[in-house]
Design a protein around this ligand. Structure first.
Ligand code: NAP
Length: 343
């Protein structure tokens, strides 16, 4: 039986679901992969806990349910432990970054990810920040140190957009990519199509937890642009940063625009697109009128969808309905299993 030693930074919505899935899927991991996952270290804002014999995930989940930090973990909890310390001291095979997105300096995920790769530790991350800010640097570090940096969950949560692009379309040329990749704006536009104004739809989205108190990252198109940057780097193999993407959000969309689209049997979606021109791609995020027969037109609230138009693999459409963070946690688990299967 293989044992993969895991350290996890971030025990929030995704982190806690990941711990649950590791418990629920323990028997399947044994049967199908002859594999056991052992959490040797974890941290949150309170500090961390480290134990090479393996931390008890049920105990961590219970602490978080009681609104206590992991620093309160009996015997092994430590208040001073930060994500970087976790990487420097824990002897793990895989470092998992589930800390929040920070697009100013990428921290705390960026330093921890960088250090993990330098220490020849594989990295699995759901955190877009470090990849958007430093994709090329991190990919080069991973290659130089002969370890893997897997990040399926950074783009469209549980929808395997990156895996389809990098693995299944590995030999193809991608002529065009189109995606509805931001669920908050998709929720708002779906509600607007039902008659609400943008302000009403946004307020409602905030009330039910579909939008942040500061929704600008989503509404102004930057979250979708961040995802497109990662797709461009990983799938299109185009070194890309945010400045390469033309970005327009949905703030200017009015009920009149929506009704005008309806009259023409169309819907408005925030579409992230990459279109090939010769050897390069144009990259954009913008509100786009789609005919009702367009496959992405039916990607409604609670869903995300992507289309790859390719030279030899045909046109591939993939969609997900994702109402909670389990599919994202499942994508993280899948990346962990992929790395651990290769040992
Ligand atoms: N939620 C989703 O469905 C989803 C989908 C795709 C990608 N993602 C990405 O996955 C990551 C995690 O998302 P989430 O929803 O789980 O976030 P979350 O609920 O806010 O959890 C973040 C976790 O990180 C910890 N944390 C924050 N700052 C820290 C610091 N400086 N040092 C150590 N730990 C720190 C928090 O500690 P405390 O518990 O002590 O507050 C918390 O445990 C994010 O990058 C997000 O963008 C999420």
């Amino acid at each position: 039986m293989k044992t993969a030693r895991i350290s996890i930074a971030g025990l929030g919505n995704v982190g806690r679901r990941l711990l649950e899935l590791m418990q629920i899927k323990r028997a399947i991991l044994r049967e199908r992969f002859d594999m056991e996952l052992k959490i040797v270290a974890a941290c949150d804002q309170s500090g961390g806990a480290e134990y090479f014999g393996g931390l008890d995930s049920a105990k961590i989940i219970a602490l978080k349910r009681e609104k206590k930090g992991i620093a309160a973990y009996s015997q092994h909890g430590r208040a001073e432990m930060r994500p970087r310390d976790l990487v420097m001291t824990a002897e793990a095979d895989i470092f998992v970054d589930l800390t929040p997105v920070n697009l100013k300096d990428g921290e705390p995920g960026l330093t921890a990810t960088r250090e993990a790769l330098k220490r020849k530790m594989n990295v699995v991350t759901a955190n877009k920040g470090p990849l958007v800010l430093a994709y090329s640097e991190l990919a080069t570090l991973a290659q130089a140190n002969r370890v893997q940096l897997l990040h399926s969950a950074t783009v469209t949560g549980g929808l395997p957009t990156l895996n389809i692009g990098t693995r299944d379309l590995g030999v193809a040329e991608i002529e065009k990519f189109e995606g509805v990749v931001n669920s908050t704006t998709n929720y708002i536009l779906t509600r607007m199509a039902e008659g609400q104004t943008l302000d009403q739809a946004l307020k409602h989205a905030q009330e039910i937890g579909h939008a942040e108190a500061d929704p600008s990252l989503d509404v102004d198109g930057w979250d979708a642009a961040n995802k497109l940057v990662i797709i461009a780097n990983a799938v299109l193999r185009r070194p890309t940063t945010l400045k390469d993407v033309s970005v327009e959000g949905i703030r200017g969309i009015t009920q009149d625009d929506i009704q005008h689209a309806v009259e023409h049997r169309q819907v408005i979606k925030l579409v992230a697109a990459a279109e090939r021109h010769g050897h390069d791609y144009s990259l954009s995020v913008r509100p786009t009128r789609l005919d009702l027969v367009h496959p992405l037109a039916s990607v409604d609230a609670g869903m995300m969808g992507v289309i790859y138009h390719t030279d030899i693999n045909g046109t591939i459409l993939a969609m997900i309905q994702e109402h909670d963070p389990y599919p994202t946690a499942a994508a993280v688990l899948r990346d962990i299993v992929e790395i651990s299967s290769q040992k």
